[in-house]
Design a protein around this ligand. Sequence first.
Ligand SMILES: Cc1cc2nc3c(=O)[nH]c(=O)nc-3n(C[C@H](O)[C@H](O)[C@H](O)COP(=O)(O)OP(=O)(O)OC[C@H]3O[C@@H](n4cnc5c(N)ncnc54)[C@H](O)[C@@H]3O)c2cc1C
Length: 630
Amino acid sequence: MEDRLVPVGKPQVEKVETGVVTTGKATRVVEIYNQDETECITIGASGSTRTPEVCDIISSFVKIPPDKIQLVSKVGVFPIKQRLSDEVASKVIALGVKSFHRPVQQYPHPIVVIGAGLGGMQTMISFKKAGRKDLICLERLGAFGGHSWIVVSNKYTKLQTESGNYHVDFFLPDAPATTEVEGDAYKTWPTRDQLLKMFREAARIHELGPLTRFHTHVDKIRPLPDGSGYAVHTFPSNNEDAEGELIVASAVITWPGNLCKYRELEWPGEEDFGGYIAYASFSMVDYREAEGKVCILYGHGAFTIENVRTLCEHRCKKVIVMCRKRNLCGMRVMSWLVGFLENPVPGTILLEGFQKMYDLVGFDCWSAHCVKTDEKRSYAQITQRTAFGVTDVYFLAGYYGLMEVLVDEIKRLTNGCAQTKKGKKIKCQLILKAVGVTPDPQKDKMLGLKELVGLWVNGDPLRPVCCNGMFVEAQNFGSFSSGPSFVSSVRIFRWFVDYPADFEIVRGILPKLRPSPEQPAYVPGARHLMPTFTAMNMVPMLGAELAVAGAQKHIKQQSRHPLKHYLSECRNEWQAYIRQWKKDGMIDESKPEPPYPYTEEMVQSWIDRTNMEWMRKAAMASQRQQQLSG
Ligand SMILES: Cc1cc2nc3c(=O)[nH]c(=O)nc-3n(C[C@H](O)[C@H](O)[C@H](O)COP(=O)(O)OP(=O)(O)OC[C@H]3O[C@@H](n4cnc5c(N)ncnc54)[C@H](O)[C@@H]3O)c2cc1C
């Protein structure tokens, strides 16, 4: 229909997306056409916005000096030159601008992506969809899905956060939320095997297979002496005798993962213990050993939480979680909430929600070692050296006495007994060590990383590196899942490969981090990441694109996991565990069944209060702005 309205001989106008670009207080929209009138962009302007301001905006993304752009107003048939003192007209042609699409940097060598986990796959797809053809993905393992899901997890592991924001396609704004994988329903909390199917299916649909070299270990990456690219030294990971290969790349984007090695730990007397001892990750536990036994699960990180569920499902008689510090873990509803809201949830509201579950196990989460607050509890800063594990079963098991947390440490083991530093003697038959999975400092060496500038190796826009966050360090919470945070990194990385000159806008304000033996630099903490992402708002257009990521997260969560349905899934699962434990004779039947601690009204009130809080902050910021300007 629209096509027929275009006069013969006059080209159709393409609307070019610029994100939200405005000058000061926008009260009207200005349409700007390129010189052939084949493209059009819109910006927000006020009544008094003058032409130089608009030329500056156009210049910032077409990269033509503002004095080379002449605005001509488009009124009737006669074009009228706009003078510097003129208020900008509502429709203008920008003479000197051939196209609003910025030409992207072209490269002589391939763009190399290291890692075929979630981050690497999304990066490959992002470049591919943007029209880049010369791409290579290098992966040490033999399949898509990454070390996290192929090696670290086991066949009982499930996604703890919701699947709505955990899918390879999640970062694509227009991709619908996935409900099916290889013909089966993509469950709300998929198992490891289903996640691996999801990765495989995404690779097939996006045709990543032909671009990926499996069993290829990257040994080191070094800039070529003439500055024309990078030498990527590789060798086959499945054949030590085979020769390595050198790949010359124009850009290297690395998603190496941070869950590399399990932390080792040994106690005196392990050989006398006589029971079963194993590390809790890397598929090293035979959970059949757990039935009817008392287990000490040592540590209190996200893997511990996952193991509480798995042990209870294997009819463990009692799980004693022993830890030096009791970290906080999240629960399903609160994970949903942070994944649903466009704005981050304040720590105070988060802890109010946490407490509903913590009441079941008689623990005041405000008193946790990781929470900093004031007398009025007007804020909550949570800092812990592990991500939030997300679980409901941990709390239900705690309520029924199937699980208990002991803040203590094992001093030594004797036959069937753990002696603790606080002087306890605990009879047990099983000990699982879950004291964390750590990053590999070797990765810094592989990258030749001397200083991480933002997320860029040695401040080079063509060499970004990224992993999912390992720790909690925040007062406001935007997601418990890697899904939403990867969206921004993937977009930012492609931006600077496309427009490397833009990196100079942020170089000076990016935080810097040097590697240390305790903390590899390729895995920075929140204090480094927050200012890095904030700095991206300085880059015209990129900042605007990133601003819509929150809305995208909200829309997808809403469509894939509507609150009512999500709550009923949580409730059903809660009751299913109670039924199963009763059937297996694991719990005291006379103890009253705890109702699921969350209702729709509660969650709605946290949604409303979070939104109100951000509206209040926005109003205060605008008031301050007004005071400053007049
Ligand atoms: C048990 C478990 C449960 C989890 N649950 C959740 C959850 O519920 N929600 C959530 O959001 N996240 C969860 N995660 C976190 C998970 O790690 C991330 O969500 C995500 O999968 C990380 O992807 P990645 O691409 O950054 O890293 P990885 O999956 O680790 O992939 C990195 C890849 O890079 C390759 N690589 C590294 N170095 C080299 C080299 N030198 N040469 C060649 N290849 C190399 C590795 O082989 C690896 O395959 C969980 C992780 C685990 C282990």
